[in-house]
Ligand binder design. Structure first.
Ligand code: FAD
Ligand code: UDP
Length: 370
């Protein structure tokens, strides 16, 4: 008899398994239909011996000390600040757009103050800022929006930025200084021995049993458990009763090259060329030294594993109907990016899981006999 059946061994499921087992003494079974733990953060050594991320580049960054300290129980870190170049008009330019991006794109020598005026002269007044187009056009104007954002977004989402919530392109800041880091967060680092090792340590508790290659539906009737934590797609849980919730997928094309370096930055974005959005060279992320190098190309698509919830009003409305079903399902708790239909980074999923754990603990205190 288990206290919890946890569906999914990604960050949401594994953090909850660890907390419930090690923090609350519960007996937990974690099932995942994939042949490995770590969900989309899974990494492994490829045939050439290069550490790669199977589901695209995963860079850890957070402003939450609690999340960073919690994960630090299971891994040492390698300091790493992520940098990205975008291929635009025949040049490789820093993205987020910054002072160097504009000066190099237009052959100018602007100062930070002059760049602020440059943007102000081109920015279009948009009131209120609702869409992903509004965010960029109201900050830097239509030309830079067209060069860096419109086509990348169309390719990534199969939608025009005007059809997506502001929150999508708002993930990428615009800067007037020369800071070319992709993220601003206080804590930026990679797990020193990879994500999978971190998950192995998180799940290595005698109260946790892990079953891979197993859909929970195949075993839910066979094992005893009191409650379920579900981290898969929420619409699938309810057999798509209200229709399919859109999730965007990707096809990952992995390549290994017989030389040490492939490109001049960890990630190169291709807003206006190719069917792929970006190319990631893993050795930059991991710090591994190797005579060969491995990269991944990301081709966005509609069909395939669900990776991204698609933030737009009609999807939020459909999700609300599934959320109502979820709230009315006793004994099942929904957590993670797919089950709560949120475009969350890893740290946000960890924070959400820790919050759910705290709620489950409070509840068991509330109902405990006095
Ligand atoms: P998942 O990792 O998706 O885990 C859910 C698990 O549930 C899966 O393993 C799935 O197989 C399993 N499952 C589903 N249904 C069933 C079922 N019926 N039975 C059994 N098992 C089931 N975040 C960052 O912070 N930084 C980044 O740089 C970053 N880059 C990303 C790049 C890409 C291409 C993608 C797609 C995401 C990226 N993320 C990044 C986001 C990050 O992947 C997620 O925030 C995080 O992995 C979500 O964890 P999760 O546990 O919610 O879901
Ligand atoms: N984006 C863009 N051009 C870029 C980088 C990002 O248009 O060069 C937009 C695009 O819509 C993308 C979103 O900003 O989906 C968020 O980018 P991020 O790099 O955070 O995407 P993720 O790593 O989650 O795929």
């Amino acid at each position: 008899m288990f206290d919890y059946l946890i569906v999914g061994a990604g960050f949401a499921g594994s953090v909850l398994a660890e907390r419930l087992a090690a923090g609350a003494g519960k007996r937990v079974i974690v099932v995942d239909r994939r042949p490995h733990i770590a969900g989309n953060a899974y990494d492994h050594y490829d045939d050439a011996g290069v550490l790669v991320h199977k589901y695209g580049p995963h860079i850890f960054h957070t402003n939450s000390r609690e999340v960073f300290e919690y994960l630090s129980r299971f891994t040492a870190w390698r300091p790493y600040e992520h940098r990205v170049l975008a291929s635009v008009d025949g040049q490789l330019l820093p993205i987020p757009i910054n002072l160097d991006t504009v000066n190099r794109l237009y052959g100018l020598g602007l100062t930070a103050l002059e760049l602020e005026q440059f943007f102000a002269a081109r920015a279009e007044k948009v009131e209120p800022v609702r869409t992903s187009e509004d965010v960029i056009v109201s900050r830097v104007g239509r030309e830079l929006y067209g060069k860096f954002f419109r086509n990348y977004t169309r390719k990534q989402w199969g939608l025009d930025p005007a059809e997506l919530d502001a929150s999508v392109t708002a993930r990428v800041p615009v800067r007037c200084n020369r800071d070319d880091r992709y993220f601003d967060d206080t804590y930026q680092a990679m797990p020193k021995h990879g994500y999978t090792r971190l998950f192995e340590r998180m799940l290595a508790h005698p109260n946790i049993k892990v079953m891979l290659n197993t859909d929970y539906r195949d075993i839910a009737g066979e094992i005893g458990y009191r409650e379920m934590i579900y981290t898969g797609p929420v619409d699938e849980f309810f057999d798509h009763r209200h229709g399919k919730l859109p999730y965007r997928s990707l096809r990952f094309h992995h390549e290994t090259y017989d030389h040490a370096v492939y490109q001049p930055a960890p990630v190169v974005n291709y807003p206006n060329q190719h069917l792929y959005t970006r190319v990631t060279e893993f050795k930059y992320l991991t710090g591994q030294e190797h005579a060969k190098t491995s990269v991944v190309y990301e081709y966005p698509c509609d069909e395939g594993d669900p990776y991204y919830p698609v933030p737009r009003p009609e999807n939020a409305e459909l999700y609300r109907r599934y959320k109502a079903l979820a709230d009315a399902t006793p004994g099942v708790h929904f957590a993670g990016r797919l089950a709560t239909y949120r475009y969350y980074n890893m740290d946000q999923v960890v924070a959400q899981a820790l919050t759910l754990y705290a709620r489950l603990c409070r509840r068991s205190v509330d109902v405990a006999p006095r």
